[in-house]
Every structure is written in structure tokens, then in C-alpha cells.
Design a protein around this ligand. Structure first.
Ligand SMILES: *[C@@H]1O[C@H](CO)[C@@H](O)[C@H](O)[C@H]1NC(C)=O
Ligand SMILES: *[C@@H]1O[C@H](CO)[C@@H](O)[C@H](O)[C@H]1NC(C)=O
Ligand SMILES: *[C@@H]1O[C@H](CO)[C@@H](O)[C@H](O)[C@H]1NC(C)=O
Length: 412
């Protein structure tokens, strides 16, 4: 596939300049290969240019009496998308603009991408994700073409996420989901307190999709857990349970489809994979080992008494924590969550007492024992990736912080 000519050309160009003369045989053959591909691509572009030029001449012949712009509607779409698929997207669009097949306004280009029959949705996503001022305008116009009035959030997300493929970079996803949330709130005033709420809930729904439909996730959260994990996100208040139930049912009944699904759904592309399983946890004050069902998600460890419990027994936010292997005389496969350079602080966490009161945790460290050495390694790995800086997590955390700040301001 000759998807992005400029990339290939860019690579060969820089190779020619920077690679030293003493190439290894493999490098030499790779260079040959790149040169050969470059030649083939240039020929292909030449062919398309000619084909397009002929089409333009033909159209102009038919259209001499009417204004020039209508020519754009006459050029077969297959030809345009051929050009776009073969040339890099930026170049392809520039080419159409240059030849007056497409007007150079954000609205026209957005229309073209929105209708975009036959266009590659990954390439549309890449184009809309560019940080260039003009591309951001196109993104805005593109999102505004979506009609979300009276759709619930899941229906709107289905439509939106099907119109292009979200790229894999945090900042791009952030811009796109922000534009989505604004558009949704604009079309449906009064459903959410703020666009931040809409944004955070959209991610919760995308993650729910993975939990419910990805076969690698064994523990399928019930609707009550979904509701409890979304407490307080409506600028400090709760969203109506009925709304959350409807969204949950909708995802449960039908997974989100994304274009060009390569089996790596969005959550796995942009969040560290979640994990769950049975572990033994050593008590903070009373040093007994309790068997708990742990779920690692959203940069927190949640633990439950039973897999079917609605409310977690405890929540340990992983922010600022580290993890290490430890030997324990009584239990095998142990690891520990701790605060680096700790001077006697307790780890910030909370748990629910038997009588239902929520209290602060009283652990200097959390010592945990896994059933097998393999599971110990997997947990350490998963928690390590969760605590290392994850741009997607940061992005969501920033919204949640904003929501909780707003809540504080409103309180007298
Ligand atoms: C769309 O483009 C991406 C990369 O830009 C490529 O991996 C994918 O195979 C293309 N899809 C189709 C259907 O051509
Ligand atoms: C929803 O989950 C399915 C199954 O894992 C996956 O194929 C699809 O890409 C997911 N959708 C999103 C938006 O992540
Ligand atoms: C983590 O550390 C930062 C900087 O020291 C602090 O502002 C933040 O409150 C800490 N978070 C938690 C959960 O302890």
C-alpha cells in the first residue's frame, strides 16, 4: 500500500544524507529497496496526475458555460480518493485544492472528509488530528457537521467514532474528544453540568466497552459498579442513575464499532491495560491476610470482597506510589506499594468499614501476595505502567481535577 508517499520519500531522503558510506550489506539492500519503492511511487503519482488532468479537461469541456466550482462535483469520487489514498493526505488535499477540485476553506474540506465515501478513515483521523491551525479549524467544522440533538451519549459516540479513526496520540485524542464534548453539550443543553463531565463520561463509556466486550477482560462489571465508578462526575453531583443505566445497557447490548478495527480497541491503544484478579492483602493495623478481588483501572487499585460486589471495600490511588518485590516469611510472591523517601506518612487511600462508614486507610505500605510468581510479575508490570507517566491518564486526571475544583468553589 502506498499510503503516505511523503513519509517514504522523507525516509529515503534523510537516509541519503545521514547514512555513512560504510553501510552493512543489510543496510545497503534496505537502501536499494527504498530507492526502488521511491521510483515506483513517483511513477504512480505521475500516472495519477495525468489521469486527473485528463478528467479535469473532460469536465471543463462539459462545463464551459457554468461556473468553475461545479467542476468539483463532476470529478468521480473514486478518482479523488485514489489520489488521496496514494498521496500523503496533506499533499492530496493540497493537490485537490490546487486544481480547484476542492475549495480551500475549512468547511469545504470538512464536508469532503465527512461525506468521504471510500476515504481511508485512519488517514482522515490523522488529518483531523494535526496541530496546525487550519487543521484544527477543519476538525471544528467536521465535528459541527455531526447532529447529536436528542441522541444519548452512547449513540452520539457511536456516530462520532465511526466517522474517522481516532489516532493514537494523547494530545490528538484530547483535542478531538474535547471538540466532541462541546458539540454534544451544544446539541443537548442541560444534560451535563459541563463539557468536562461529558468528556470524562465519554472515556468511562469507551473503557466500559472494553471491559464488557474484550475477551481478555474476565471480570465484567455490572451496572451498579459502573454507576459507583462514576460518582460525583457531574461537577461534584451524581448523574441520574437512569441515564447511566441506559448508557450501560446500550454498550452491553452492542459494542462500539470503530473503523479499521485491528483488534486493538481504543482503550488498549491509549490506556495501560487494566488487570484484575484475586490477591491476598495484609491488613494495616490488624496484620491478617485477607483475600480480595483487585481491579487495576483508572490509575487506582480497587479491591472488593467478592467479584460481584457493587461497592469496593477500598480504593488505593496509585499517584506518587512505587512498587517493589519483597520477601515475606509467611506468604510467597509478595510485593509492596510504598511512598518513596517516606518519612512516616500514611498512603492516601480509603476503605469502607463493616458498618458502611468510609474511612481513610492506615497503611504505610500495602503488602500483597499473588497466587503465582507469574501473576506477581504481571501485577508488578501492570502497576508499574499505571504509575509511570501516562499521558492519557494525565489528560483525564486534569479534567477530573477541574470538576472537583468547581465543586469546591460552589460550596459556601
Ligand atoms: C488506511 O491507512 C492506514 C495507514 O495510513 C493503513 O494501515 C490501512 O491499511 C489503510 N486501510 C485501508 C482499508 O486501505
Ligand atoms: C469496543 O470493544 C470491541 C471488543 O473489544 C472492540 O473491537 C472495539 O474496538 C471497541 N470500541 C472502542 C471504541 O474502543
Ligand atoms: C502527589 O505529589 C504531589 C506533589 O508532591 C502532590 O501535590 C499530590 O497531592 C500528591 N498526590 C497524592 C494522591 O498524594
Amino acid at each position: 500500500m502506498y499510503v503516505c508517499v511523503c513519509d517514504h520519500l522523507g525516509v529515503s531522503f534523510s537516509l541519503l544524507i545521514t547514512v555513512p558510506v560504510d553501510l552493512s550489506p543489510e543496510e545497503r539492500s534496505e537502501l536499494e529497496d527504498i530507492r526502488r519503492r521511491k521510483g515506483a511511487l513517483l511513477l504512480e503519482i505521475q500516472r495519477l496526475r495525468e489521469e486527473l488532468r485528463e478528467a479535469i479537461i473532460e469536465v471543463e469541456g462539459l462545463e464551459t458555460s457554468t461556473e468553475g466550482r461545479s467542476a468539483m462535483h463532476q470529478v468521480p469520487v473514486y478518482l479523488m480518493s485514489d489520489v488521496l489514498a496514494t498521496m500523503c493526505y496533506l499533499q492530496g488535499i493540497a493537490f485537490l485544492v490546487e486544481n480547484e477540485l476542492l475549495r480551500n476553506t475549512a468547511e469545504d474540506i470538512a464536508q469532503f472528509l465527512y461525506k468521504g465515501e471510500g476515504l481511508n478513515k485512519t488517514a482522515i483521523g490523522d488529518y483531523l488530528g494535526e496541530r496546525d491551525e487550519f487543521n484544527i479549524k477543519v476538525l471544528q467544522a467536521f465535528v459541527d457537521l455531526h447532529e447529536f440533538t436528542d441522541l444519548n451519549l452512547v449513540q452520539a459516540l457511536r456516530q462520532f467514532l465511526w466517522s474517522f479513526r481516532l489516532p493514537g496520540e494523547a494530545q490528538k485524542i484530547d483535542r478531538m474528544m474535547e471538540a466532541f464534548a462541546q458539540r454534544y453539550c451544544h446539541c443537548n443543553p442541560g444534560v451535563f453540568q459541563s463539557t468536562d463531565t461529558c468528556y470524562v463520561l465519554s472515556f468511562a463509556i469507551i473503557m466500559l466497552n472494553t471491559s464488557l466486550h474484550n475477551p481478555n477482560v474476565r471480570d465484567k462489571p455490572g451496572v451498579d459498579r459502573f454507576i459507583s465508578m462514576n460518582r460525583g462526575i457531574n461537577d461534584g453531583g451524581d448523574l441520574p442513575e437512569e441515564l447511566l443505566r441506559n448508557l450501560y445497557d446500550s454498550i452491553k447490548n452492542e459494542p462500539f464499532k470503530i473503523p479499521e478495527d485491528d483488534g486493538n480497541d481504543l482503550t488498549h491503544t491509549f490506556f495501560n491495560p487494566d488487570r484484575e484478579g484475586w490477591l491476598l492483602k495484609l491488613g494495616g493495623r490488624v496484620k491478617t491476610w485477607k483475600r480480595r478481588w483487585f481491579i487495576l483501572t483508572d490509575n487506582c487499585l480497587y479491591y472488593f470482597e467478592y467479584t460481584t460486589d457493587k461497592e469496593p471495600r477500598g480504593i488505593i490511588p496509585l499517584e506518587n506510589l512505587s512498587i517493589r518485590e519483597v520477601e515475606d516469611p509467611r506468604k510467597p510472591n509478595c510485593f509492596e506499594l510504598y511512598i518513596p523517601n517516606n518519612r512516616g506518612q500514611l498512603i492516601k487511600a480509603c476503605k469502607t468499614e463493616a458498618d458502611g462508614r468510609v474511612v481513610e486507610g492506615n497503611h504505610m505500605v500495602y503488602r500483597i501476595s499473588a497466587p503465582t510468581p507469574e501473576e506477581k510479575d504481571e501485577w508488578i508490570h501492570a502497576i508499574n505502567s499505571a504509575v509511570s507517566v501516562d499521558p492519557f491518564y494525565e489528560m483525564l486526571a486534569a479534567r477530573k481535577k477541574r470538576i472537583s475544583l468547581k465543586k469546591k468553589e460552589e460550596q459556601p
